[in-house]
Design a binder for this molecule. Structure first.
Ligand code: UD1
Ligand code: CA
Length: 456
């Protein structure tokens, strides 16, 4: 059995935030979720999360049937943290320890570490880095065999030169780890119980420590500061953009695309610069997304064109529709096939039928617009009376003249016609023209006002 212990009790003081570090977001998800994913992908049968700072919030964030939380009331070091959970693990399990602040470690790497531990008894993951500052260093003997991990703060000047660092990932048999953990001391620069000290104890017991050397920088990148979080975000976004391009999506600029959630794309999809996707977004074949769009929780069907500066949240857009530029679609919106939504149009909780159009400067809220209807520029649905919301129902082939005010509850039957500038409060039937505005009067011989003389 493989059990994973994720350490997530630290405050992350260098983040200078009230939020526990592992709840800071990477691509729209808390850091600790990535570690959970990696644990599961590596084959974890059970996951233990050690919580401490912000325990309630972290516990709520990791809740799942395969997850058990253990409180580390005081943060006395990574070794002490593992001790809080190890009692709940089966003695014969292989234990894999991960850090909640190292989110992008790959499951392939983790499987290699677990396999090495299953063979030899204990294994760790190291990495060669350009700048090892702050990390624990891997110290080896003349033959190149593992000797110990020395923390940066405890290392000698010569050891500071070592560029092979401890990533923090470690695996071993639970009962053996438990034994070594009970023997570690805190007589070091930080007066902490260091988890990597178990490696030197294993070595002293004649156990060969297997060191797996990581071949991917993402395995090691941890989050201790806002700068590191931003760096990791940019790295991760480039990985996501690369994946999209590998699957055939045309991305205008990998450095100007952000995906915070899941994005599924069909064939011949193109995405222009500065686009942000959030939540679950599906783009079917031949969808084009213009520059500067924000698209959240949306299903966009084949051939839809979304023009620049459009904001979409919680909408379904059927094939062949054209949206924007500068359109805003809010939750509950369904746009029919071939429909058109133009500039400065806000739509909320509306079904816009096949081929229907709302092309300019309009608010449609809580409405149904039938197929091939046309909503003129400046039309507003008055869906709210200050207390309740009401629906506006427009049938098929309805024409709403420009600058109309539709006071809900209201229905205009199929074929109905509303004259421009009307405030419509009564239902309109299909064979009617509704006009509701002051009649035009042209005053003959009208004299323009003249300026009165200034007497002051
Ligand atoms: C640790 C390692 C170091 C390694 C580095 C890699 C130790 C002693 N040092 O250092 O060798 O190079 O990670 O990133 O293990 N935590 C707890 N309880 C505690 C202390 C820490 O849960 O009492 C958790 C933290 O929340 C964090 C993780 O353990 O998720 C690592 O702790 P951190 O203090 O960041 O260790 P580093 O100094 O980075
Ligand atoms: Ca760290």
């Amino acid at each position: 059995m493989l059990e994973v212990i994720i350490l997530a009790a630290g405050q992350g003081s260098r983040m200078q935030s009230r939020l526990p570090k592992v709840l800071h977001q990477l691509s729209g998800r808390p850091l600790v979720h990535y570690t959970l994913d990696a644990a599961r992908a590596a084959g974890a049968d059970r996951i233990h999360v050690v919580i401490g700072c912000g325990a309630d919030a972290v516990e709520a964030a990791v809740q799942a049937p395969d997850v058990q939380c253990h409180l580390q009331a005081q943060q006395k070091g990574t070794g002490h943290a593992v001790q809080q959970a190890i009692g709940a693990c089966h003695p014969d399990s292989i234990l894999l320890v991960l850090f909640g602040d190292v989110p992008l470690v790959s499951d392939t790497t983790l499987r290699a570490v677990v396999a090495a531990a299953a063979e030899g008894g204990i294994a760790m993951l190291s990495a060669e880095v350009e700048d090892p500052s702050g990390y624990g260093r891997v110290v080896r003997d003349d033959q190149g065999d593992f000797l110990a991990v020395v923390e940066h703060k405890d290392a000698s000047l010569a050891q500071h030169q070592l560029r092979e660092i401890n990533t923090g990932v470690l695996a071993g048999k639970a009962n053996r780890l438990n034994d070594w953990l009970s023997r570690i001391q805190n007589n070091n620069a930080q007066s902490e119980y260091y988890l990597p000290d178990v490696l030197a104890l294993a070595k002293a017991d004649g156990i060969a420590v297997a060191v797996v050397v990581s071949d991917s920088a993402l395995d090691t990148l941890g989050v201790n500061t806002p700068q590191q979080l931003e760096y990791l975000e940019r790295q991760h976004q480039q990985v996501l953009a690369e994946r999209l391009m590998t699957s055939g999506v045309l991305v205008a600029d990998r450095t100007r695309l952000d995906i915070r959630g899941s994005l599924h794309c069909g064939r011949d999809v193109s995405i222009d610069i500065n686009v942000l996707f959030e939540g679950q977004v599906i783009l079917a074949d031949e969808v084009t997304i213009g520059a500067h769009c924000v698209i959240r929780n949306a299903t966009i069907e084949a051939g839809v064109q979304v023009r620049p500066f459009t904001h979409i949240d919680g909408a379904i857009i059927k094939s062949g529709a054209e949206i924007g530029p500068y359109a805003r679609l809010r939750p509950g919106t369904e746009i029919g096939e071939q429909a058109k939504v133009g500039n400065f149009v806000e739509i909320k909780n509306v079904s816009l039928g096949t081929g229907a159009k709302a092309n300019h400067l309009t608010y449609l809220g809580d409405a149904t617009v039938g197929a091939w209807s046309n909503v003129g520029a400046g039309t507003i649905t008055c869906n709210y009376d200050g207390a309740n919301k009401y629906r506006t129902e427009l049938g098929e082939g309805v024409f709403i003249g420009s600058n109309s005010t539709l006071v809900a509850p209201l229905s205009v039957a199929s074929g109905g016609f509303v004259a421009a500038g009307s405030t419509i409060t009564d239902d309109v039937s299909g064979d009617q023209l509704a006009v509701a505005r002051g009649r035009q009067r042209n005053v003959e011989g009208w004299q323009r006002p003249t300026k009165t003389e200034d007497k002051s």
